[in-house]
Structure formats: structure tokens, C-alpha cells
Design a protein around this ligand. Structure first.
Ligand code: CU
Length: 165
């Protein structure tokens, strides 16, 4: 329930943020849900075929920033914040990440907690379990104000498998 409320709050903020630029809006085509599917879906931990460790630092970098997976694979990301600042890893399309980032800049206190992201205080670790259902590129970024601009981003390259074709 909490999760849904937060989502709704974010959607409202994102809409407000977008309103200035394009009053015509994004709602006509109902693109919101397509975008979610474009990057895959929340995974089931028991089905994870791989664990990928990702380190986040105050030099505004993810290590590794380039991750390769196979289509259909469920990956358990174990994310560690090795810095002194708050960092996060958010999976999304580049467009979604940019929109979300702009909304966060306007509302730095905004809290969010979705299956496609993990926000971590200094020294903390957390997990994302995600299934990559479509071949292509899934971006990820830290959306804390200033971090994305500083280059705190990366990509998951999802390769097509014979089985999934
Ligand atoms: Cu960061």
C-alpha cells in the first residue's frame, strides 16, 4: 500500500514537472506501462540465475557500469554504497530516468521505493532482483540531485538468446 501511494505521489510530481515543458502531456498513448515492460519486470529471488555486485562511490560512478545479461535472465543485484553520500541505483529507460531525475531535482526530499530501485545511505547495501525480459539496453542511474549530471549512470546490455527468440 505504501508503495502504491508513493508511486502515485511520484506520478503527480512527474506530471507537474512535465507540465511546464509540454502541456500536451504523455497520457494520450498510455505510455507509462509500456516503459515498465520495456526494461523487464521485478524478479523472484529464488529464480535468480546470477548475482551481480555493484559498488557506488562518491566519485559518482557505478562499478561495474557495464553489465551483460541474457534475455529472460533474472539477476540479483547486490548494491553497496561505499561513499559518504546517499546514492541509489534505479533501472529504467533513459527517458524515464531523465524525467525522474528532473522531478527529484525539484523535490530533493522526495522518497521513493520501487522494485526497480534501491536507495542507500552511506555504507549500506541493498538488493534489486530483476528479470530482463527484452533484448536491448536497460539503463541505470543514480538520481540523487547532481549525481546523474556528474555521470553516475550505467547500462545493462540484454542479449537475445536462441531460446527466447
Ligand atoms: Cu549517487
Amino acid at each position: 500500500m505504501k508503495h502504491i501511494l508513493r508511486n502515485t505521489a511520484f506520478a503527480a510530481l512527474a506530471t507537474l514537472a512535465a507540465a511546464g515543458a509540454s502541456a500536451a502531456g504523455n497520457h494520450a498513448g498510455g505510455h507509462g506501462h509500456d516503459a515498465d515492460e520495456a526494461i523487464g519486470k521485478p524478479g523472484v529471488a529464488a529464480k535468480a540465475t546470477r548475482t551481480v555486485h555493484v559498488d557506488m562511490t562518491d566519485s559518482m560512478r557505478f562499478a561495474p557500469a557495464d553489465i551483460r545479461v541474457k534475455q529472460g535472465e533474472t539477476v540479483r543485484f547486490v548494491v553497496k554504497n561505499s561513499g559518504q553520500l546517499k546514492h541509489e541505483l534505479v533501472l529504467g529507460t533513459e527517458k524515464e530516468l531523465k524525467e525522474h531525475y528532473e522531478a527529484m531535482k525539484k523535490n530533493p526530499e522526495m522518497e521513493h521505493d520501487d522494485p526497480n530501485m534501491v536507495t542507500l545511505a552511506a555504507g549500506k547495501s541493498g538488493e534489486i532482483v530483476w528479470q530482463f525480459t527484452k533484448a536491448g539496453k536497460v539503463d541505470f542511474a543514480c538520481l540523487q540531485p547532481g549525481h546523474y549530471d556528474a555521470g553516475m549512470k550505467g547500462a545493462v546490455n540484454v542479449s537475445k538468446t536462441a531460446a527466447a527468440r
